[in-house]
Design a protein around this ligand. Sequence first.
Ligand SMILES: [Zn+2]
Length: 343
Amino acid sequence: MSIEFRSERRNLEVLTANEKSIKYEIEQRWDPLTSRMAVICPHLREKWVRFYDEQNEEWLEEMIEESKENCPFCRPVIDNIIAKFPKHQMDESILKLNDIYVFPNLYPRADFEAVVTSPDIHGLNIKDLGEAKVYDFLNAAFECIKKAYRSNAQLLYPVIGCNYLPPAGASLMHFHMQISIQKVPFNYVKNLIHFSERYEATKDTNFWLNLIKINKDRKIAQKGSIYWYTPFAPSGFSEVRAVVNKSNFLNFTEDDIRNLADGVSNVLNYYYHRGFASFNFVIYSNTLKAKNNRFFAGARIVARPSPSPSCKCIDSWYMPFLLEESIVLERPEDLAREIRDWF
Ligand SMILES: [Zn+2]
């Protein structure tokens, strides 16, 4: 089966100001497919976890309530101000499925970007994101991706992402998901495709099927075609991943989307019980042209720090954090020209 779960333990020692020795053990782990290293530091858990599960609920409720005023995604403002799809992108100027609206992101960073939201939901506690609600959002996103691809066959690499609350990079409190599609794969997906194909070419067997067979210690559940697990070498807080034994979104059935919604909702429910309020997820696909199943489509969810008056940074959303894409705001040439004056 040949999957290596490589890890090494290291002992660290620190001397306090009065020269008392403190010893720690850390564990370095390498992702069995990509070799990306993760460091597990159990001694930091106590220190870090309070940034994640200490709720300032009263302040958060106030923030959510205050943000309702002039919220661009609440009625009646949404119907007057949201962007519209040009005809060459979509037959409908705004895609509406029951109470869900899908419309272009006014500030795109990929070849195609859209927002998925419901004007009927403003702020939301993550415990209220049940399977039916998540399904409605995901189903609308999948519909939009299919339509966008039908209009432009170069929109090959779609992801559905969610940033909830400012610590996860959300600039609006109103609950929404996003669709990002590129002609080329996002870095994270590109690496997974590359290493999955290389594994199959050299070992003549499928990495993902092998992983599912031997990953028992980290298996969470298998629901239909979706396998939920915790990664051996995680890169986020309380990270949960899923793989689907289908390569691309065009092969997903309604049952697959329901199972995906059910799993996302279960993880969020768990997060709520851990005291977390904020999260990121992405659901990714191989190229929509993919014919083989060497690569499995999948999902990643991570908990993010709890919102607080001092934690409102919005630059670590799903694209840099989960898809390993850097978004920069200035051309390096312009920056160099400016910095030269300081030398
Ligand atoms: Zn709103």
